[in-house]
Design a protein. Structure first.
Length: 602
């Protein structure tokens, strides 16, 4: 088995089919693939370990002199051109869009010369744990272990070598060599192979049709369209749920332990995602997301979770996989997410706000939506004074976080608006009185009297980047002195090289020396940096906003993708990848900059 060198996060590109996604390195290696769903066990997990944990590499035998890659226009068909002394070869990668079975299609094209190539296929089901039984059946190679089965179809002769499948071949200018890897349950007969060129053409056409719907025509349009394509790639097609990222356990600090599973759907993403989709002309995708939200949020409001599985699953038990050494030694590797059981009051405001936006956008009303919202509002009335774990899912105990209180206020505010503006039924006077009471308490208890700015939690002196959202959700106008001072304080105390950190780590006296109950640090949070762009736009500071936005777009990798965070010291992306929240921020900030700034009415 040939050794591998770990790739930087920005060296990866994503391909996907609406059910799952793969990460393809610039080396020609697929190092992460979960089939048949985003949150299924990985059959290639080298991203979080080494070659022994599974990968699929197509590359020249000789060392490359140069590698250039791109997506075909605004699609999710990836092309990687590898230049060697023998010539130039192109690898075309895709996962067929909306196929009836999960598969990865790869085609090696000769561009110039004749290039000797090598294929290495190491399948390891269940996150690099299970070695399948591989055997040939006619022109196909089959692998089976437990509930999973996989099939490789290619005209190239393969052989076994040290529990892997390898092949050597050469490709000359004008030649094309296809490889199709398909998954199916081992107990059911699967479809193997298919015409690779047809699959690529159909996938390219599908993505071109999707991208053509984008109505944005402002600066950085290419980055906006790529972000929208990425959000679609992270959307679980059967339900409309959008996972936060395609990966788990990519570290927020290299070598650290802040490694989380992001292959789930967070409710708080709803407000920002729906806004981005509607602004860009994607009514159908926005409606699918709205409908997913209604389905998963239905039921007892006391059981509302902050996140769900792609199909609405509630039980997301967190486990550590001790056989995986982690990305660049960043342990532990986790699957599942214990934050799914936390109490976070802000989700009620986000659900109310996203449904309020949907109504104002003219979406076809759902007859169950207002009944659900009434139940949520009743619950907020009972619990808004309680502490919670907050937007950042701290593991240091519950506090009266300012952002949580403001979003609880948003829940009541949107209910008031629904009755007053849209004529829905509800106790308008009672809700107005409650809204005023909440607003007064927050302004009294969440403002640092010495600095005159909002702080992270009642009684705290610390800042938090989520405070940038206060003017965006309409809690106070952007020219209110407390908001102006909050923006300035965040810029002064949480920014480094213009990028925003969520909060300071290790400096507020919690038992283990961190404000969130976790050891180690993290990078600058890209979604928060886009929130600063938005806050600056609302405050009329366009020159600052445009400069920061340009800097953030410049952090995208060569194919336009962003991770969750950026390590300023190491000059590289960190955290799970690609990150939906970062790309949602990019889209919304682009629209905010392109539009005439308008204040959100209180």
């Amino acid at each position: 088995m040939t050794g591998r060198t770990a790739s930087r996060i920005e060296d990866y590109a994503i391909i996907g089919d609406g059910h799952s996604a793969a990460l393809v390195a610039a080396t020609g290696s697929i190092d992460w693939l979960c089939l048949p769903r985003f949150d299924s066990g990985a059959c290639f997990a080298a991203l979080l370990g080494g070659a022994e944990h599974g990968y699929w590499r197509l590359a020249p035998i000789a060392s490359p002199r140069r590698v250039l890659r791109r997506y075909r226009d605004a699609t999710l068909v990836l092309e990687t051109d590898i230049h060697t002394d023998d010539g130039v070869v192109r690898i075309v990668d895709c996962m067929p869009a909306r196929s009836d079975h999960a598969s990865v299609v790869r085609v090696v094209e000769g561009i110039t010369g004749r290039v000797p190539m090598r294929m290495e296929l190491v399948v390891r089901f269940d996150y690099g744990w299970v070695v399948p039984w591989m055997q040939r059946a006619g022109d196909h190679l089959h692998g089976v272990a437990g509930p999973d089965a996989i099939c490789l179809a290619t005209p190239v002769a393969t052989s076994g070598e040290n529990l892997s499948t390898v092949a050597t071949f050469s490709v000359a200018a004008g030649e094309r060599v296809p490889f199709v890897l398909s998954w199916h349950p081992q107990f059911a007969e699967g479809r193997c192979g298919g015409d690779a060129d047809d699959a690529i053409r159909d996938t390219e056409a599908w993505w071109e049709e999707f991208s053509a719907q984008c109505t944005y025509d402002g600066p950085h349009r290419k980055a906006v369209v790529r972000s929208l394509v990425t959000l679609k790639a992270l959307t679980y097609a059967p339900t409309g749920g959008i996972v936060a990222a395609a990966t788990t356990s990519l570290p927020e600090q290299l070598g650290g332990g802040r490694n989380w599973d992001y292959r789930y759907c967070w409710l708080r993403d709803a407000t920002f995602t729906l806004q981005a989709m509607l602004r860009a002309g994607y009514r159908g995708g926005a409606e699918a997301w709205r409908d997913w939200l209604l389905r998963v949020a239905a039921g007892d409001p006391t059981q509302l979770q902050i996140m769900y599985g792609p199909a609405g699953e509630r039980r997301l038990t967190e486990l550590e996989l001790d056989w995986l050494p982690g990305y660049e030694g960043s342990r532990p590797v986790r699957i599942g997410n214990a934050a799914s059981t936390q109490v976070q009051l802000d989700v009620y405001g986000e659900v109310m706000d996203v449904l309020h936006q949907a109504r104002h956008a003219g979406m076809a009303p759902d007859p169950t939506a207002w009944a659900l919202q009434r139940a949520l509002v009743d619950h907020v009335e009972e619990v808004w004074r309680d502490p919670d774990e907050g937007i950042w899912e701290v593991r240091s105990g519950r506090r009266h976080f300012t952002h949580s209180k403001v979003m609880a206020w948003v829940a009541i505010d949107r209910a008031v608006r629904a009755v007053g503006e849209l004529g829905l039924d509800g106790p308008l006077d009672r809700w107005r009185a409650l809204r005023a009471e909440m607003h007064a308490e927050i302004c009294e208890r969440a403002v640092d009297t010495d600095r005159g700015c909002f702080v992270r939690a009642y009684g705290s002196t610390e800042l938090d980047a989520s405070l940038l959202l206060l003017p965006l959700v309409g809690f106070l106008p952007p020219d209110d002195g407390r908001i102006v001072r909050t923006i300035d304080a965040v810029t002064s105390e949480l920014c480094e090289e213009g990028l925003v950190r969520r909060y300071r780590t290790g400096d507020d006296g919690t038992p283990d020396g961190t404000p969130d109950g976790l050891a180690g640090g993290e990078g600058a949070f890209l979604a928060c940096s886009f929130w600063l762009v938005d806050a600056l736009v609302l405050a009329g500071r366009r020159e600052e906003a445009e400069a920061l936005f340009d800097r953030l777009v410049g952090l995208c990798n060569d194919v336009g993708l962003l991770a969750e965070e950026y390590d300023i010291g190491e000059r590289r992306l960190v955290g799970n990848f690609p990150q939906a929240f970062s790309h949602v921020g990019l889209v919304n900030s682009a629209f905010n900059l392109a539009a005439t700034p308008q204040r959100t009415a209180q």
